[in-house]
Each structure stands twice: as structure tokens, then as C-alpha cells.
Design a protein. Structure first.
Length: 144
């Protein structure tokens, strides 16, 4: 069994925020930021993951360690022969919501409503995966 760090020259990590019905995926580069993000139904996870993994050659695969993570970890291992690192998902939903609104600021009258009272108009599980990846890269950079 190999780890994602073997034979990879990319500076990208691939993060997965698993859920019961959908999964957020994100590829984040240490040098270029967000390279790819998407929310996919769980039924499409394996094929989407395979394509992203081949296309971006991440040096590490991260998996949020809560809902559905065991099944997703097994699928990742079977598909790529890579062990995904389970990471703490604490506060990622709140941070993902803030990250979503940073990327897509409210417009019109919504600018007057505090962000804490708003909900993104679309799924933002991909931003939760972005938060997982950025947290990992930051800890890695800071040597923790």
C-alpha cells in the first residue's frame, strides 16, 4: 500500500468533505490556492475522485473524519491504493460558509444582512473541503 506522498511532484492536496448524500471535493495548491472544487452526489464520488486524482496528482489526500468517512475512505483506498488521512472537521461548516461568502459576496439588499444570518443559496460542501485543505497546508507550512 502506498501513501499519497509517494511518487507525487505536485504541491496540491485533495480534500474530501463526506456526507450522507453528497461529498465536497477540493484540490488546493500550496502555491496557487484553489485549483478545483465541486459537490458531487455520493453515487458519483468514486468516478469523480478517480478523475480528479489522475488529473491533479495530489501529494496528499485528506478526508473529513465524520459522516460517511469510513465508506469513503474504503472507496478511496480501493480506487487509488492510497490511504486518505482522516482529519478533524470541527468548525469546517461555519468556516466554509464564511469562505463561500468571501468568494461570492452578497449583492443588492443582501449586503445589509449580516453574514451570520444568511445561508448560501447553493451547497457549499466543496468549500468545507477547501477549508480542510487550507488548514492542512497551513499546519504543514508552520511545521506543526
Amino acid at each position: 500500500m502506498k501513501t499519497a506522498t509517494e511518487d507525487k511532484t505536485s504541491d496540491c492536496v485533495l480534500a474530501v468533505d463526506p456526507g450522507r448524500r453528497k461529498c465536497g471535493l477540493a484540490v488546493v495548491s500550496a502555491s496557487n490556492g484553489i485549483v478545483y472544487r465541486e459537490v458531487v452526489p455520493c453515487e458519483e464520488f468514486v468516478s469523480t475522485f478517480r478523475d480528479i486524482y489522475k488529473r491533479h496528482s495530489p501529494f496528499h489526500v485528506l478526508l473529513g473524519g465524520s459522516t460517511g468517512s469510513k465508506e469513503i475512505a474504503q472507496a478511496i483506498q480501493e480506487e487509488t491504493n492510497v490511504d486518505a488521512e482522516l482529519v478533524d472537521e470541527r468548525h469546517t461548516t461555519e468556516l466554509a460558509k464564511l469562505r463561500y461568502f468571501k468568494e461570492f459576496p452578497p449583492r443588492g439588499l443582501w449586503k445589509l444582512v449580516p453574514i451570520g444570518l444568511q445561508t448560501p443559496p447553493t451547497c457549499y460542501d466543496d468549500f468545507a473541503a477547501v477549508v480542510l485543505a487550507e488548514r492542512y497546508l497551513e499546519e504543514r507550512t508552520n511545521g506543526q
